[in-house]
Each structure stands twice: as structure tokens, then as C-alpha cells.
Design a protein around this ligand. Structure first.
Ligand SMILES: [Zn+2]
Ligand SMILES: [Zn+2]
Ligand SMILES: [Zn+2]
Length: 170
């Protein structure tokens, strides 16, 4: 049996991604339900494309993939609206530095203090947690009278799998 992905950090190479995907879809359905919203077919399809791997994907890549699956060609605005709803629900996050989106594999609820690690070689993205980082940022902010609401720290580099082998994971 293939290993399941860890809750935080990068997935184990060759892990059973079907369980990651199933978890994300189930969490999305529950979150939309709780908010009295619907995980519409389009939202679900967009989520499935974003969550198909642990990599960040652009809106147009999602559009192309859906079109290549034989569905009718959707307007970019429809994709953006679906992505907005998924981001608002917290099941998809936006990687600001690359204008791309990735699925959340961590049930961090309303916590909006995130550290996002982005591998420059294979494109994988993972969230890690280290509350002390935000205590420092908050201290620096409050020193100039700034009140922090949320913070997203994006860190670029190479994941463990890419560091171990020069061959990026595909
Ligand atoms: Zn996975
Ligand atoms: Zn997340
Ligand atoms: Zn990597």
C-alpha cells in the first residue's frame, strides 16, 4: 500500500494521492455546506484540477485542462469566479508570487497565518506551521503601530525530493 501524504509539509514521493484528493473534496463539500453554499459542478471540477497534484497551477492551466477533457470551453471569468469561491472557502490558496493556485491539504480552519514553501524545481507547494514566526512579525508590526490581521509568508527554494535527486519529481 502506498503511503498517505503527511498532514503538513511536502508529500512523500509516490504517495497515494487519491486519498489527498478525496480529503480535499470532502473538506470542500463540508465547508461549502456549513456556509450554506453549494459545491457546484464547476467548483468541484476546478478544485479537482487544482488538487490533482501538490503543485500550484494558473487559472489558464485549469481552463486548458478542463477543455482538454472534452467539456465545453469555459470563459476565463467562470474559472476565476470558481477559484474565488474556493479561495474564500479556504480549500484553495493563492500563491501570490506566481499568480497560481494550490489546494490546501491542512485543516487549519480560520487560522490565516500561513507559511507556504514553494519548490522552484518541481513546482510543489506545501504549508508548514511555526507560530513563533508570526509573533515576531506581529511584534515588528506593532512597534510601528500596525495591527496585523493575517499574514502569508511565501518561501522559495527546493523541496527534499528535489534536493535528494537532481531529477525533479514529475
Ligand atoms: Zn497527495
Ligand atoms: Zn491551507
Ligand atoms: Zn521539488
Amino acid at each position: 500500500m502506498k503511503p498517505r501524504s503527511s498532514v503538513t509539509g511536502f508529500p512523500v514521493p509516490d504517495h497515494d494521492h487519491t486519498s489527498c484528493l478525496a480529503d480535499v473534496i470532502a473538506r470542500a463539500a463540508a465547508t461549502f455546506d456549513r456556509q450554506g453554499l453549494r459545491l457546484t459542478d464547476l467548483r468541484r471540477q476546478v478544485l479537482e484540477e487544482v488538487a490533482a497534484s501538490h503543485k500550484a497551477v494558473g487559472a489558464y492551466e485549469v481552463l486548458e485542462r478542463l477543455a482538454s477533457k472534452g467539456g465545453k470551453r469555459l470563459a476565463p471569468i467562470s474559472i476565476y469566479r470558481a477559484l474565488d469561491a474556493l479561495v474564500a472557502a479556504g480549500v484553495v490558496h493563492r500563491l501570490e508570487s506566481r499568480n497560481a493556485f494550490f489546494a490546501c491539504h491542512v485543516a487549519h480552519g480560520g487560522n490565516r497565518r500561513q507559511i507556504v514553501l514553494a519548490c522552484e524545481q518541481c513546482g510543489a507547494v506545501a504549508e508548514v506551521s511555526r507560530p513563533g514566526v508570526f509573533d515576531d512579525i506581529m511584534a515588528a508590526a506593532s512597534a510601528v503601530g500596525f495591527t496585523m490581521s493575517h499574514a502569508l509568508v511565501e518561501v522559495n527554494g527546493a523541496c527534499a525530493a528535489c534536493t535528494r535527486s537532481d531529477r525533479p519529481e514529475t
